[in-house]
Design a protein around this ligand. Structure first.
Ligand code: ZN
Length: 289
């Protein structure tokens, strides 16, 4: 019996072409978004690649006892944050912050997903990891694209805003990076929030893709960074502003960039192919979960 089970498992791995060897940890527990619904989607998307084994660490609710929250980051190739502190959530305990900084310094992988960049404005190392964030009075320049180049404007101003949710066009700005290599130059993203006016240190950061923030929808009239990569010590970070809710996460563009970004953060490479249903510039493409 045991042999049969082993054979079935082995053939599944063979069919899949690879074993799920990358260990991923999703952190949630506090978020002004519906993390109870989005974390299972993140987990499923990662597992569906056949590459990841996913665990979840859920913090106590606001004001709770964090003494039992001390993930062993070194067990994972990539950590995904679905946690934020907007408007007044709990900071992780200092020992957890220090452990996370060490993990990243030593070559860890991190994915900042959607509102995870609305977090920890005073935690400088975290701000260096994500490059920029919003809604929490983050310090640092406002980063946007103009004439095909990144502009970092140090003059003070608001941080973090978005208009009503709508489909919008994403423009690939770096077609050589492993995450975006092979993607169309322009593709339509399904209904989502388009973040604007994100601020932060923006060091060791590459903007992979932008979205145009429409002034008719409370936007800036600028091309705002949507997908970024950064380094922190020996660590790699993929920052996606996309994916407000499961409807936005059903976009094939979100799915593809999120899972490729997670693989790159974990290993520095991307082995996943661009799916045949990836959207072009005219129409968003979604999948049902
Ligand atoms: Zn949102």
């Amino acid at each position: 019996m045991r042999t049969i089970i082993l054979c079935v498992l082995l053939s599944f791995a063979a069919l899949n072409g690879r074993a799920a060897s990358l260990h991923a940890l999703i952190i949630d527990g506090q978020n002004n978004h519906d993390w109870q619904r989005t974390t299972p989607v993140l987990k499923k998307l990662l597992e569906d690649t056949g590459l990841f084994q996913v665990e979840i660490a859920t913090t106590p609710p606001k004001g709770g006892d964090f003494s039992a929250f001390h993930p062993d980051f070194s067990k994972y190739q990539v950590v995904i944050s679905n946690y934020n502190t907007f408007p007044n959530g709990d900071n992780w305990p200092e020992a957890v912050q220090t452990a996370f900084e060490q993990y990243m310094n030593n070559g860890g992988g991190f994915v900042s997903y959607h509102s995870a960049d609305n977090a920890f404005p005073k935690w400088q190392a975290f701000q260096l990891m994500i490059g920029m964030g919003g809604w929490m009075g983050q310090a640092g320049p406002y980063h946007y694209f103009k004439d095909g180049k990144l502009v970092s404007d140090p003059s003070p101003g608001p941080t973090g805003s978005h208009g009503a949710r709508t489909p919008f066009l994403i423009t690939t700005r770096d077609s050589q990076h492993p995450i975006t290599k092979g993607l169309p130059e322009k593709w339509m993203h399904a209904t989502d929030e388009l973040y604007n006016s994100l601020r932060g240190p923006g060091q060791n950061m590459t903007v992979l893709a932008t979205g145009w923030s429409d002034p008719a929808n409370k936007g800036t009239g600028r091309d705002e960074p949507m997908l970024m990569t950064l380094t922190y010590g020996k660590g790699r970070i993929f920052h996606t502003t996309l994916g407000h809710d499961p409807a936005a996460m059903s976009c094939v563009g979100f799915i593809t960039t999120f899972t490729r970004g997670a693989e790159w953060a974990a290993t520095g490479k991307v082995t996943q192919k661009i799916p045949s249903d990836f959207p072009g510039p005219d129409e968003a493409r979604t999948r049902t979960f």
